[in-house]
Design a protein around this ligand. Structure first.
Ligand code: SF4
Ligand code: SF4
Length: 316
């Protein structure tokens, strides 16, 4: 039956150690109703295919150039010649995104996946085949499977079936969620999720709308309802300098955590990083974050607000 339930993912990452306990397989579902300014996975945001280009994989127009002549819209031209890693002359294709309608003909002819579609249409069973390969690692490390995104609950039938399939085979499950999805969906999936990785981004709803594109009332309501119904949480609070790190917002976030304290395993206070910046270039998008990561002293100060309230909290 899991052969018949399909969804769209953009990646499966094995041996992950950051998204729940132990060694995990992370399955990234594509599409998100939020658009966080600091999102480090821009390929996760749209529900439809994206054309991406990766310099590391492209073998260059001199040797290949297969993509140069296939575009029906004339969106691909040969870029300026530069010098490659071995001193050889090399030029790369340049995609004019204003002409591209993501027909993906260029990705189809690319022999090295230099140009590629970020969306993969897969069945639950396809995902489970990857998951099963690392069963021994989960058992040794206390790990399992993390269903992430995007917002995984946006593809609810697929997400639910994936969580059920993992549970039936005895794998620990974590759901990495924005909290912005219908409450009834959270309640339906709750029996199949051992741990919710739940983001709190801004406690002021107007600021939330400006920073992540949606208000926060539903997110907070879902956290409360899940807590009341026995969910376990790993709360994630990303610290984005100047955007959500005011003393007032840090205090309000900690106070909210206090409300659901009994359901929280840990609050992770996560410093902003710029690692996702290069992914924007791959998609022809502009990276808009012009802030530096918070310093160590600031992170300790934020942490102390949580620990002073008796919350189990850590940096990172
Ligand atoms: S995906 Fe875009 S660049 Fe590639 S062939 Fe289609 S229109 Fe052209
Ligand atoms: S077809 Fe692929 S490998 Fe060849 S030049 Fe184009 S992007 Fe590079």
């Amino acid at each position: 039956m899991y052969n018949d339930i399909f969804g769209n993912i953009y990646d499966i990452q094995k041996f992950s150690v950051h998204d729940g306990p132990g060694i995990r397989t992370d399955i990234y579902l594509k599409g998100c109703p939020l658009s966080c300014l600091w999102c480090h996975s821009p390929e996760s945001q749209s529900f439809t295919p994206d054309l991406a280009w990766l310099e590391l994989k492209c073998i260059g127009c001199e040797i290949c150039g297969a993509c140069l002549n296939v575009c029906p819209n004339g969106a691909i031209t040969r870029g300026e010649q530069t010098v490659g890693l071995k001193g050889e002359p090399i030029s790369y294709p340049v995609v004019d995104r204003s002409k591209c309608d993501v027909c993906l003909k260029c990705a189809e002819v690319c022999p090295s996946k230099g140009l590629f579609n970020t969306l993969r249409h897969v069945s639950v069973e396809d995902c489970m085949k990857s998951v099963r390969q690392d069963k021994a690692f989960y058992e040794k490390s206390g790990g399992g499977v993390t269903i992430s995104g995007g917002e995984p609950i946006s593809q609810f039938e697929f997400c639910l079936a994936l969580a059920k399939a993992c549970t039936e085979e005895g794998f620990h499950t974590a759901l990495d969620t924005t909290g912005f999805a219908p409450t009834e969906h959270y309640l339906k999936i709750l029996p199949y999720i051992n741990l919710f990785l739940f983001d709190l981004k801004h406690m002021d709803s107007e600021r939330s709308k400006r920073l992540v594109g949606v208000p926060n009332e539903l997110i907070h309501e879902n956290a409360r309802v899940l807590a009341k119904n026995g969910a376990r949480f790993q709360i994630r609070f990303p610290i984005i300098p100047r955007l959500n790190d005011s003393a007032e917002n840090v205090e309000a976030t900690a106070r909210f955590c206090l409300e659901i304290k009994d359901a929280i395993d840990v609050v992770q206070i996560l410093p902003f990083h710029r690692l996702g910046g290069s992914k924007y270039e791959r998609l022809g998008l502009k990276y808009r974050m012009n802030v530096n990561p918070p310093d160590g002293e600031a992170m300790k100060r934020h942490l102390s607000v949580f620990t002073a309230l008796g919350l189990p909290a850590q940096i990172g």
